[in-house]
Ligand binder design. Sequence first.
Ligand code: Z2T
Length: 796
Amino acid sequence: MKEEIMKIKLNKNKFMEDYIENLQRITLKNFEDTSDKDKYFALCDTIMERINQEWRDCKNKTKKTKKAYYFSAEFLVGRSLGNNLINLGIYDEVKELLDEIDIDFESIENFEDDAALGNGGLGRLAACFMDSAASQKIDMYGYGVRYREGLFKQKIENGFQVEEGDHWIKDGDGWSIRVESDSKIVKFRDQTVKAVPYDMPMLGFENGQVNTLRLWQSEPFEEFDFSYFNNFQYDKAVEEKNRAEDITRVLYPNDIQREGKVLRLKQQYFFCSASIQDLVEKYKKYFENDLQFENFSKYHVIQLNDTHPIVAIPELIRVLVDENGIDFDRAVEITKKTFAFTNHTVLQEALETWPKDIMLEVCPRCFDIIEKINDKLVEDFKAKGLSEEAIDPYRIIRYDQIRMANLAIVMSISVNGVAKLHTKILKDDTFNHWYKIMPEKFNNKTNGITPRRWLVYSNIRLSNFITDKLGSDDWKYDLNKLKELEKYLEDDKVLEEINQIKYENKKDLARYILEQENIVINPDSIFDIQIKRIHEYKRQHLNILHIINLYHRLKKNPDMNFYPTTFILGGKAAPGYFRAKAIIKLANEVARVINKDPDVNKKLKVVFIENYRVSYGEKLFPAADISEQISTAGKEASGTGNMKFMLNGALTLGTYDGANIEIFEKAGVENNYIFGAKVEELNSIRDSYSPKEYYHKNSDIKDAVDSLVSGELNDDNSYMFLDIYNSLINPQGGEKADSYFLLKDFEDYKKVHEKINEEYSDRKTWDRKALKNIANAGYFSSDRTILEYAKDIWKI
Ligand code: Z2T
């Protein structure tokens, strides 16, 4: 591995010369008159020039080898400047160079808007995979959508979430190349548009590899429809242009809740059609003799990131049959060997189904093709003697609904979950009927995170410490090497260093939070952090209810033995998800009440981070003592924030869910804080569960739950707190009470918090646990994950 290292050689004088020249060229200003934003964009250009040759070399490799294509509606890249410099191996040098001309790198960095082209874990995973594939020299192309507006910006106004647009490219896009000549025509039933690719370089870590993330933008097929124009119907021409641009105008802000809108299916079909055309066109160019596409699946494997890109399956068949004269059955066979499918959740509300009407309205030929596949499937089952009823769960089309997951499972070589428990639930439950007849397709690929962004870049102190202790930076290429840190478990001086690094990071975060949120927090307190999308199954409200109860107990008993703690929460709610927004209001209200109360605010603080996003996460993960991962067992497919915390030396306070289980396995249960019912237990009590019993039996639970409606907390007449209250013990309209088992797990959660609070004072023991976690985080590198995909599924 190490021999391949190839930092770009930085000619410092040339770099500076080019930089200043770029800066003046793009602004037509003298250096003194340029803004920080100008300085940021000029830096992008100067870096893009330097990677251009390697990028071209990688793109124009003539060797005929199998390649992977990661199709995803989301790539949550975040910022690229710092990460690109790290991966090029020139971060320190460039920082110094800028310093010489009085440019503060960090302030420049802040002028980059996050590329927030994703909602949460699923999109961020795709971005981590891009980094890891390039770093492992795997030829993988990302294909997705260039949303003009990424995930909305979250403002907190009077404690309520307010959404604002995120026009991330309004001042330009320093990291993309528009490749006009690779544009494609995408035809919908009622409209034809041009798909223009914007390519972003995905740099491998110090290895010269540059992969491509190709994001498609929708534009009018003809800039003006002159027939309208000539008839003085100018408005109509403009309207057509807008209608084309609408398709990639904005990312849908729901994370797991599916969105059954025509425009959403148009987005999906738009990028899948353009991407499939791209692959087929290139294939025909390079394999000009293979008119029958004999070798297509030998050279292509398409990984489908959840159900969103599944329409690529009928689209490939359409292109093969309608545009290349391939026989239908053959096209199906080729397609079946090309796709692989990843599932990311077992929540029913996520499983995409499209009404026949909508599919006919968007891409009627795809419906035809899906119907043929379905008919054949049903016919085969009947031939095997299955009853109508037995066939039912397998149908791709049922009651005029197209079940996308069923289509993907039939048409793929592989179906995978994203953590051990999740894959087990897929096999035993969600897709059990499929598992029974095709067990060989099912496999697990536990998620991972890229250690470059989530440690080397974001936690320089810890990164330098590790390199120092291990005597080399080999661990950046093979994260399993972190295991060697275990030799320091009994070394008090090293444990003290860990402590000091965490403390410095906490001070940095405290400064940043003061600046951003205008709240003073104490770096000597425990930093207990829960950052992720807001959802009932993730149970942020369990965290908040516990904080309320803790506050009450501290008020009542000021001398209570209590280590000062700062609870930090952050995350966005889907704009249409009332109860998630209620949870945000509750967090902000509890923070307001507690932070202004002089009886407790020396010991207890609560912060709700406004507009939590990738670039904010980079400051939060390094500063955490406790990582809150408290989802209802069986509901969080994997989680990846949990891994970022672990790698940065936080201890996990978590349930037996998703990848938490594997974290406990690797780092040792004794080095983390586990609580709550396991999935088997919840399954066995699901029907008889009565949250009221817990409410009446346990005075702390009653205390916390009652505070939602006692008048102590003010929801500004939004009825939001009543809604949360009702969801727990007074269900409305056929809903089940406390379906996420907050009250069942509350007591255990409280106890484990008490344990944490007590054990934190023994700093040495704590730091040893932190080191244990860091040393065993190697498994959660997305390098490991992507290598498993390459080996087991893609065979490359
Ligand atoms: C998402 O972020 C996840 C699942 C989804 O299912 C959709 C979105 Cl946007 C359709 C998350 C899971 O909730 C999380 O557990 C997992 O770690 C992540 O995907 C990546 O696999």
